[in-house]
Ligand binder design. Sequence first.
Ligand SMILES: Cc1cc2nc3c(=O)[nH]c(=O)nc-3n(C[C@H](O)[C@H](O)[C@H](O)COP(=O)(O)OP(=O)(O)OC[C@H]3O[C@@H](n4cnc5c(N)ncnc54)[C@H](O)[C@@H]3O)c2cc1C
Length: 516
Amino acid sequence: MDTDVLIVGAGPTGLMLANQLARRGLRPLIIDRHAGPSLQTRALGVQARTLEIYAQLGIAGRALQLGKRGNGANIWAEGKPMARVPLGDVGRGMTPYPYILILGQDDNERIMGERLRELGGAVQWNTELTGLKEARDHVVATLKQPDGTARDITAAWVAGCDGARSAVRELNGIGFPGAPYEHVFFVADVEATGAMVPDELNVYLWRKGFHLFFPMRGQDHWRVVGILPEALKGKEGAGFDDVVPSIRGEAGSGLEFKACSWFSTYRIHHRSASRFRAGRCFLLGDAAHIHSPVGAQGMNTGLQDAYNLAWKLTLVISGRADAKLLDTYGAERVPVAQRLLGTTDRAFMLVVNDHWLVGLLRTKVLARIAALAMDLAPVRRFAFRTVSQTGIHYRASPLSEPGGGLPGDAPQAGDRFPWLQLKMRADGPVEDLFRALDDLRFHLLLFGQSTAGSHKDFQVHSIPADPHNEEELDRARIPATSFYLLRPDGHVALCGAQLKPGAIERYLTDRLGFRS
Ligand SMILES: Cc1cc2nc3c(=O)[nH]c(=O)nc-3n(C[C@H](O)[C@H](O)[C@H](O)COP(=O)(O)OP(=O)(O)OC[C@H]3O[C@@H](n4cnc5c(N)ncnc54)[C@H](O)[C@@H]3O)c2cc1C
C-alpha cells in the first residue's frame, strides 16, 4: 500500500485532515493540483469551535496573533446608522474564544501548512487526481504528476477535500443536488476610508440589497461584499471600478477607495452531496456541501468534517476499531450540512430578496430587531452557540448512548462537552478542562463516584467534590453524581448518573467495534 490515506486537495479541509492524521502518527499523502497555497482570502470568519480545535493542534496562538476579533456589527440602513450589535465576548463563559476571529483563509491555510511541516508532512503540489478504481481492501488512484505523466498509487482510504467541483465526488458518481442562487456577487479587498466603524463589521442594508464591509488586517483594509448591479451582469471583465458607484450610492459619498488588491465575482450555489461516503472514499468540506457565505460557516464546517473523520480513521487504520465506525462520519455530518443549508438559505433570502416588502423589512425593521434581540442574554447565547458551531451536536448518532438518570437540561450524549474550569485533583489548581484533556483519546469524567485505576482506551478523571467544582457543575447543569465518557473530539459518547461496571467496555465494543 502506498499510503493509508490519500487526501485530495490542500485547501483548509485537506490541511486540517492531514494535520489531524499526522499528529496521530499516520503519514497521509496530501496532493493538490495547484502549484502552491492559495493567495486569496475567501473565507474570513474563524468560529470559536474552530479555535478550540486549533488550540488542540497548537496553532490557536498564531491565529489570534494574526487575526482581529470581531467586536461588533454596525448596521446601516439607507446610509444612516441604525444599530450596533456587540459581538466581542458575546459567548463569555461558553468557550475560551467567545467571539468571531477575522482571519483570512490564506492565513488559516498558511498556519495549518506550517504546522503540517512541523509534524513531518508536506503537500505534493502540481499533482491532480484523475482516476479512481476501488478494490476490496484498497483504492487505486491515478495521479497526474508535475511533469505531466500519470502514475497509479494504492491507498487504503481516499478523502475528497477537493472543493465544490470535487473529482472524488464525480468519479464516484455521487450526486450534488441543489441550485445556484439567481444573484451574482462580487468580493473586493480594498484600502478605503469612510464612515465605517473601524475594526468592526459594517453592514449596509438598502431596499435592493446590501454591502458588507469586513475589517481586515492592516490600516484601512476592508473586504467588501455585495450584489453585482443588474447592469453589470454578464459584462465581460467587470472590475472594481464598475461597482464603486453603487457602493458609494449606498454606503455614502464620503467613501474613498485608495486601492483594490483583489476583485472577483461569483455565483453562489446551495448544494449537498447525496452521501458523504462511497466505499473507501469520503467527501469533506466544499466537496460535500456548499451554501451561501452568510454566517461565515463554510470553511469552519469543512474543518470540522475533517476533525470528525480523523480520529475515526486513525482507530480503524490502527486496527483498534471496526471499519463500521466510519459509517458514523456521514451519520453525524450529513445532518449538520443539511441544517446549515436550511439556515443559511433562510438568512440569505432575507438579505438578498429584492421584493419591496422584504426591502422594507430589511431597512426599517431588521436592524432594530437584531439590536434589541441581542440585548437579551438567552437570544445572545442561542445566536452565539449557533454561529460559533459550539452548539453542534450528534444526539441522533449511533455513537451517542444516553445513560439513565440525567435531567433534561444536563449535557446529553452527542453534545460537545461544555467548557469548564475544574479542580482536577483535590489539592490541585483550577484548570481549563479543554487544556487538561487532550484530543488524542477518550476521557472518562467521574463526578461524585470513582472507579478503579486506568484503562488503555480511555483516561479516567475522578473529579473531586469541592465548592468551586460544585459551582461550576451547577452552572453547566451537570449533576453532582454523574459520569461522562468523552470522545477524542470532545463530544459526549456515553453518560448517565451512575456508572455500572463494564459499561464503558461494552460501549466501546458494541458502538465502536473495539477489539479486545
Ligand atoms: C469568494 C468567496 C468568498 C467566501 N467567503 C467565505 C466566508 O466569508 N466564510 C466562509 O466560511 N466561507 C467562505 N467561502 C467558502 C470557503 O472559501 C470554502 O468553504 C472553503 O474554501 C472550503 O475549503 P475546502 O478545503 O473544502 O475546499 P477548497 O478551498 O475549494 O480547496 C479544494 C482544493 O482541492 C484542490 N483540488 C481540486 N480538485 C483536485 C484534484 N482533482 N486533484 C488535486 N487537487 C484538487 C484545489 O486546487 C483546492 O486547493 C467563500 C468562498 C468564495 C469563493
